[in-house]
Ligand binder design. Structure first.
Ligand code: FAD
Length: 476
């Protein structure tokens, strides 16, 4: 099955994409070791103010940094500005691209947004279907967006160092050295004021305790229509299950129509990062191809594979951090996005504006808390434990329907709270009070959730969960 899955990714995506898949599947082996360069001498003249290590989504930061007058370089192990993702976001969130100078409003509406949805659906196997408006209602041409970011950044003087791997760092008194390995294995050092670590799940500092393995891509040939096994171009399917958990893993689907005739479809599951038994991405691709026909009808062809390991942080363990003020984590390395929806694109959009001021301060040597760089939301202090629960399901066959039952109750509660609250919860905008109301109503309908939470997570994490929610309530 794995050879078949690799073959289909190779056919649709080419050898470089297959290499990326295999690189991610090497798990911790894919993380670079911390080979350390020499610390810069005091008073050394840095080559750059900021080096962004990793040129995936976080290439977006290069433009506002350069517009703030900073000298910026982007180091990418492949080629920066070539996305292997498809992104969805809510329309107001996308406005941040205009504010950051990445595109005009016309470019956003006419070139970058490729589909808009009247509503989004969440449906649970054996349960109901729940509609919500204004959530992840725009599909963005990710390739065009990051290519545009590269063009704009280049025009602003940003240096791109492609096919080069960022290795270790060595902080000095007023700058930091970064060791690079270029094509052919040659190494060299750069000196910069700040390293922005945007290496995603491969960052050596990406210590978040959860991970969302995701595979799929852009498909053609799915049948259009109104049925649950068909695609409607004006409806995004945000979350859906078609079967009960298998061996303690609840597999979830999502399906977002894009350009005419195309739909992005993903299969994913929640996992603990340290779970050595979790299937790799190639194995997950095998399940994707094997079970797609049970999700959607049609004669599907994979035209663009997209996949990845999205880190998630439960907020119940130590926060991912670099340990040095001149190395700042962003994006998946920081994992401050929702641990339930894993919407790192939206979280990065929210982080663009605060990052500019902070990077200027950090370039001057100020020690900054991570929260001043990347956006976090009070609601995550409560949803992290739910994600941890979904990553820790009872594997016994008689408990296989538990996740679907709980998710169905949770989403029926959200639907009853009203469209505004439902939307805010999925857009990471819910207040701590809304979160508590949601948790209480869900637990009232499924009181056994208390036993499940204590049994699966343990007393210590549950106490930290409660403390996190109280903290969010006090912060208002
Ligand atoms: C399949 C999939 C679909 C998704 N869909 C959505 C969505 O619809 N909406 C949403 O909000 N979020 C979505 N996400 C999440 C979102 O894509 C991520 O949160 C986001 O891409 C994280 O950005 P990043 O810059 O931190 O990491 P990435 O975009 O993963 O970029 C990391 C980059 O670092 C490079 N790199 C790694 N190691 C090194 C090294 N040592 N030296 C140099 N470069 C290195 C990699 O090659 C890569 O280009 C999706 C994720 C996946 C995997």
């Amino acid at each position: 099955m794995t050879d078949h899955a690799r073959g289909r990714v190779l056919d649709a995506g080419g050898p470089e994409l297959l290499e990326r898949l295999d690189h991610l599947d090497r798990r911790d082996g894919s993380r670079e070791t911390l080979a350390a360069p020499r610390s810069p001498d005091r008073g050394a003249t840095p080559d750059y103010d900021v080096v962004i290590a990793g040129g995936g989504l976080s290439i977006l930061y290069a433009v506002p940094f350069a517009r703030a007058g900073l000298r910026v370089a982007v180091v990418e192990r492949a080629a920066a500005g070539t996305a292997h993702r498809e992104w969805n976001a809510s329309r107001p969130e996308l406005e941040r691209l205009v504010e950051a100078g990445l595109c005009s409003r016309d470019e956003l509406d006419e070139d970058l947004i490729v589909a808009r949805y009247a509503r989004g659906l969440c449906r649970w196997h054996g349960g109901g279907t729940y509609a919500v408006r204004g959530v992840l209602d725009c599909a963005v041409d990710a390739g065009a967006l990051v290519a545009l970011a590269r063009t704009r950044a280049t025009a602003l003087g940003v240096t791109f160092i492609d096919r080069t791997t960022a290795l270790g760092v060595a902080p000095g008194a007023d700058a930091i050295s970064l060791l690079l390995r270029g094509p052919g294995g040659a190494t060299r050092e750069l000196v910069t004021r700040v390293v922005v670590d945007a290496r995603g799940a491969s960052s050596p500092f990406a210590s978040a305790d959860l991970v969302c393995p995701t595979v799929g891509g852009v498909l053609r040939g799915l049948r259009e229509g109104d049925g649950p096994r068909e695609i409607r171009p004006d409806i995004g399917e945000i979350l859906a299950t078609t079967e009960d958990a298998i061996g303690g893993r609840q597999y979830l689907w999502e399906a977002f129509p894009g350009r005419a005739g195309e739909t992005t479809v993903y299969l994913f599951h929640y996992a603990r990062r340290e779970d050595a038994t979790a299937p790799g991405l190639v194995e997950l691709y095998g399940r994707f191809f094997e079970s797609l026909a049970r999700y959607k009808d049609g004669d599907a062809t994979l035209v663009r594979p997209t996949f990845g390991l999205i880190p998630g942080w439960s907020r119940l363990t130590r926060a991912p951090a670099s340990g040095h003020p001149r190395v700042v984590l962003v994006g998946d390395a920081a994992a401050r996005h929702s641990p339930l929806t894993f919407c790192g694109f939206g979280a990065t959009l929210r982080s663009l504006a605060p990052s500019v001021e902070a990077v200027c301060l950090a370039a001057d040597g100020a020690a900054l808390a991570l929260g001043t760089w990347v956006h976090d939301s009070p609601v995550h202090s409560g949803t992290g434990a739910l994600a941890l629960l979904l990553a820790s399901l009872d594997a016994r066959p008689e408990r296989a329907s538990y996740a679907n039952e709980l998710l169905d109750v949770a989403f029926s509660v959200l639907a009853e709270m009203g469209e505004e609250s439902f939307g805010r919860m999925l857009r990471d905008e819910a207040t701590a009070e809304e979160l508590v109301a949601f948790l209480r109503a869900t637990a009232a309908r499924r009181p056994d959730v208390y036993r499940e939470v204590f049994g699966r997570l343990g007393t210590g994490p549950v106490m930290r969960w409660g403390a996190g929610i109280v903290g969010a309530l006090l912060r208002g």
